[in-house]
Ligand binder design. Sequence first.
Ligand SMILES: Cc1cc2nc3c(=O)[nH]c(=O)nc-3n(C[C@H](O)[C@H](O)[C@H](O)COP(=O)(O)OP(=O)(O)OC[C@H]3O[C@@H](n4cnc5c(N)ncnc54)[C@H](O)[C@@H]3O)c2cc1C
Length: 396
Amino acid sequence: MARVLIAGGGIAGTITAIALQEVGHEPVLYEASGRGVGGVGAFLTLAVNGLDALRPFGLKPLVKAAGFDTPRMTIGLGNGHRLAEFPLGEPLPDGTTSQTIGRADLYRALREEADRRGVPTSYDKRLTAATQTSSQVTAQFEDGTATSGDLLIGADGLRSRVRRIIDPTAPEPRYVPLLNTGGRVTGLDLGDEPGVMHMAFGRKAFFAHVVHPDRSVWWFANVPRATEPDRAELAALRGPVWRAALLRLFARDRFPAARIIEATEEIYRPWATYDFPSVPVWHRGRIGIIGDAAHATSPAAGQGASMAIEDAVTLARCLRDVPETALATFESLRRTRVEAVVAQGKRNSDAKGAPGPVGRLLRDFFLARTLSKPSAEDPNEFMWSHRIDWAAPVSA
Ligand SMILES: Cc1cc2nc3c(=O)[nH]c(=O)nc-3n(C[C@H](O)[C@H](O)[C@H](O)COP(=O)(O)OP(=O)(O)OC[C@H]3O[C@@H](n4cnc5c(N)ncnc54)[C@H](O)[C@@H]3O)c2cc1C
């Protein structure tokens, strides 16, 4: 049995802890933030591949209870034409479809479940440094405390400290030239079927909305922005200024973006998009990284959370079957797939860029032509169709 220190109690960290406990190891979670995860906030769509990976741990019903079915999406243009309607991945054999879920609700559900299963978790515990010998690793925290274990897993997200510890020359996240924003609205009747994600390439920005079964409308927008904004620039985009900017961007589009934005009481303050085309070092000795720390992808892939889940389950398989080489085996099983997902996310993001009037015409033309082909293969399909066989033994 290994004592596995996990820095980061987000998606990857919490599920890794639950899965490791299942296979008889001793996980201990350290989360930098406080126990509370906030209230209403941004949301994500958890794809069928991620949901399937949760099955062996009985976590799928928990996630489904906190989210809502999102089986299909439509794609449209600023002129109001709907180009296509697709399933968001084939449903799982038990009928489970993609789930849209508030980030805070997902974190809360996972953390409560880890508590219920007795996973020791410490909050307000920010890892700052780690050292290792041939027999153990010691993690140090901002509050001056330290603890030792057999392994340290950095599940500490995009700005991972552990990534820097194992490789001081690790790359910085790449800026993907889009800002994200969104919101939730009640009392707006769009007449849409609940659970269908409507995505639209507008004249100047990208917009998506989905109606919750309670009839509230959840939406997000991607706004092209060529240069990386600093904190002050992002902070200035708030309140009436940000609302007016968004309304200008969508003013001439014939999908209901402007109507939805106008009706939204609290529009999320924008945040920038980042990814990692490739992080060269994933492990050194007894320390490794998983999830966004190793391979953050643009949200346009719709896969960051699912990749974190797949990582957690794969790492637990490796620690179950090949504990001596677990970190290297994990990398050999995951690197090709996650880098392909990051690349697909970048392509999806690029399609949302600011093309200018001629570029826009070309983009709309090619989108219409590609999506109208009955045999058109969805380039996202490889992401959704991936399955992990939990029971199958891993070899080194
Ligand atoms: C706007 C947006 C939309 C998205 N949409 C989707 C989507 O539709 N579908 C999808 O699948 N994914 C989506 N994602 C991506 C998804 O949220 C992430 O990929 C996923 O959360 C990664 O999980 P993680 O556990 O690796 O990192 P996180 O969930 O970020 O968790 C990292 C945790 O580590 C903690 N931490 C950080 N530093 C330290 C430290 N030094 N010590 C201890 N703890 C630390 C943090 O507080 C945090 O709790 C989206 C992301 C964004 C930003």
